[in-house]
Design a binder for this molecule. Structure first.
Ligand code: IVH
Length: 722
């Protein structure tokens, strides 16, 4: 794996310290992208680029296994769930799929499957090929054949409870027939059809007002419609569902993937009718080409074809690695491309001062969407691709990702094409814009940053927008547009200004209610929405500050680790001295390595930032963080568990992941410290030792009963893992 990802051998030459640094940076970046993708439904990079980041992370972890800690995104999938919906712990984690981008990748996948199973070349292996639906995944739990919960994927372990909303989707049956098992998690994709998506947007546009916000694509529309606090809204949206997978299962249903799909169909779930059985790589690729050719005719978005080993016994044998099954792969369609003329390059200044070059294009349609802006990433990319103003460029767009310029068409370069001189001064505030050099590695940062801090209007504005955003203070009626306008007029220049806005408005002659687009009701609603946010959790508060590299997950970890804002600030200030124990304490927090730790320290070390925080806490109450996650309520929280023997309802990795998601520790060997042994058929020495030591032993069904809160048969004899 590390060969193609580390061609110059940089990883191979890294010291542990450098690797830790690079790892922290990659992890922060990946977490950020996870948040964009899974929570905000608005990814900012292509799958291929995301995949590359992940593979770099894995390559580093391969060389330095000590960096593969529980907090690493190599271990987690997705992003933590949104707190607005109650959390649901998936009985079996929802994992992700590895991607294939070429025929060769597919052949290699089939080769790995064959080698792992130790099958000779002439033994056929059957696969299913299924369209990869571009929606959002949903896990629906049926107990005693009744729909009891429906949850989004969330971070793979815990998702959001969207039961009431899922119940409004006609494609999802509320009950299952008698031949369905007592417990089953049916999984699939919620999506929206093209025609219905267009009609919905037209309706929203016609409705005007707040509702005039339209969705960028069907995937966002489906996600936005399912994740509605009001199920009535979901009900009014044209959502569909395809079933293609499952999680926990109390009894076997079929022996093959296609047998499972047939059952799903018989139970009333829509199953994609382009699903095809294949017996060779050639057949898989032929199905891929066929589906790709018909892609525009399907009526809904797909972004590839998923291949799965059909035989479920073989799937069990193949099992999972890090976070994806070995028995399946997603063969992605290439990103859509078009050529157009680059009119100009504009520099955008972000929240952290990053200068991003944006290509201003002659509008062009790429994959059904008109594109007139595309990212050029950074200074080095412009040089590397030798992009000049006036050039004809190739623009690419994959899924929801921001379009990017992938290169130029050199034959079409006009004689007067001008190379771009990247500014060394911030175009907004005129401060110096510099590329920092990492003291340890000596590498120059790819990003040039404005040094103006809050003196820079762009940074101040972007920080304010972040401050009020959905996962931060989440102030209704105060979005990007309003922040821009209030900033411009000097009404809101710092976060604390938001909370003094109403009082100042009362004393002012120029009322907000008299502004363009405002009236007495909307102004009153705004003040009310602001009042409603005077009390805020520490984790949201920390996230809202917009400290570099501190995303939601890290903010939560810091909040949990330190409990109060005063304590976070105290530790950060002490940690300016790296030899102070505070530095070790800070970097012991999950997800906080050198890079993130430094960003936290730098933030609080800056007097300007401390002033902002001080002014804020005179206006808002930051709630102290109390006890850690709800897993403490799980019957196995804090217990050490050993799984042994053959498991049929879950793989060993799933079992381990499940135990860990419930706050238990899964161990390989039985000792006096073991609290519980889950033994399947064929268990040997571990079972014997457990019996000798008097440790409770249960079977797989007993395990499911225990963790799903169902009283085990003959309740009294149920082993008590405590
Ligand atoms: S199987 C353990 N089959 O793709 C594997 N996934 O990139 C379970 N998806 O999270 C997933 N169509 O949201 C599977 N026919 C299909 C799919 C599919 C779309 C999505 C799903 C999954 C993601 C992985």
């Amino acid at each position: 794996m590390s060969d193609d990802i580390d061609p110059s051998g940089a990883i191979a030459r890294m010291t542990l310290e450098e690797a830790a640094d690079a790892h922290a940076q990659l992890a922060a970046e990946i977490r950020d992208h996870n948040r964009h993708y899974y929570i905000e439904d608005a990814p900012t990079i292509s799958d291929a680029d995301y995949d590359r980041l992940r593979r770099q992370l894995l390559a580093i972890e391969e060389r330095f296994p000590e960096l593969a800690t529980a907090g690493s995104p190599s271990v987690e999938v997705g992003a933590a769930p949104d707190a607005a919906f109650g959390p649901v712990t998936h009985a079996v984690p929802m994992l992700s799929l590895d991607n294939a981008f070429s025929d060769l990748d597919v052949a290699e996948f089939a080769g790995r499957v064959r080698r792992h199973l130790k099958f000779a070349e002439d033994v056929p292996i059957t696969y299913t090929a299924e369209p990869k639906i571009d929606g959002l995944s949903l896990s629906i739990t049926y107990r005693d054949r009744r729909l009891v919960t429906a949850a989004t994927r969330g971070d793979g372990t815990t998702g959001e409870n969207v039961t009431a909303n899922a119940l409004t989707i006609a494609d999802i049956p509320g009950t299952l027939p008698a031949d369905a098992p007592d417990l089953i998690e049916v999984r699939g994709e919620v999506y929206m059809r093209h025609d219905e998506f267009a009609a919905l947007n037209a309706r929203m546009r016609a409705a005007g007002g707040e509702a005039a916000r339209v969705f960028a694509n069907p995937r966002n529309a489906a996600a936005g419609s399912l994740r509605q606090l009001n199920p009535e809204v979901t009900k009014s949206r044209p959502l569909h569902f395809f079933a293609y997978a499952w999680g926990a299962l109390s009894a076997p249903v079929a022996e093959t993937q296609h047998g499972m799909l047939e059952k799903f169909r018989a139970w009333g779930f829509p199953v994609n009718d382009r699903t095809t059985l294949c017996h060779s790589v050639e057949e898989l690729l032929a199905v891929y080409r066929g589906i790709e050719a018909d892609r525009a005719l399907l009526g809904y978005d797909i972004d590839g074809v998923v291949y799965k080993v059909d035989d479920l016994a073989l799937q069990t044998e193949l099992d999972f690695k890090a976070q994806a099954p070995r028995w399946a792969i997603a063969h992605k369609f290439p990103a859509e491309r078009a050529t157009t003329v680059l009119r100009d390059i504009e520099i955008q200044v972000g929240r952290t001062g990053a200068l991003t070059p944006v290509a201003k294009l002659e509008p062009v349609t790429v994959g059904g969407v008109v594109v007139s802006n595309a990212t050029l990433h950074n200074e080095d990319e412009i040089v590397r691709k030798d992009v000049r103003i006036g050039d004809t460029v190739i623009v690419q767009r994959a899924g929801d990702v921001i379009p990017q310029v992938v290169g130029v068409v050199p034959e079409r370069r006009p004689d007067d094409a001008v190379p771009f001189a990247f500014p060394h001064l911030c175009p907004v505030c005129g401060s110096h814009a510099v590329r920092e050099v990492n003291e340890r590695t000596g590498h120059m940062d790819a990003v040039r940053r404005c040094t103006g801090g809050l003196v820079c209007a762009a940074q101040a504005r972007e920080r304010l927008k972040h401050f009020v955003s959905r996962h931060a203070f989440d102030i209704e009626g105060l979005g990007e547009k309003q922040i821009e306008a209030f900033y411009e007029d000097g009404l809101i220049r710092t976060p604390a200004d938001i909370f003094t806005l109403a009082a100042r408005d009362r004393a002012s002659m120029k009322k907000i209610s008299a502004r363009d687009g405002w009236g007495p009701t909307s102004a009153r609603n705004l003040f009310r929405a602001i009042e409603a946010r005077r009390r805020i959790s520490l984790s949201r508060f920390l996230y809202a500050l917009g400290i570099r590299h501190v995303g939601e997950a890290t903010a939560k970890a810091l909040a949990r680790g330190f409990g109060s804002l005063a304590r976070v600030e105290e530790v950060a200030l002490k940690a300016t001295d790296r030899t102070d124990p505070a530095w070790a304490l800070l970097t012991s927090v999950e997800g906080v390595g050198e890079v993130v730790g430094e960003a936290v320290v730098d933030f609080f070390d800056e007097p300007h930032n401390r002033e902002i925080v001080a002014a804020l806490v005179t206006e808002v109450i930051v709630e102290e963080e109390t006890a850690p996650p709800a897993v403490a309520d799980s019957p196995v929280a804090g217990k050490t568990i050993v799984f042994t023997g053959t498991l049929v309802r879950m793989t060993r990795d799933e079992a381990r992941a499940m135990a860990e998601s419930l706050g238990a520790k899964a161990s390989e060997s039985v000792s006096r410290k073991t609290h519980l042994v889950v033994a399947g058929p064929g268990a040997g020495s571990k079972l014997k030792k457990a019996t000798e030591l008097g440790i409770p032993v249960i079977d797989e069904d007993g395990w499911f009963d225990l963790v799903s809160g169902v009283a085990p048969a003959g309740g009294e004899d149920a082993p008590d893992p405590a």
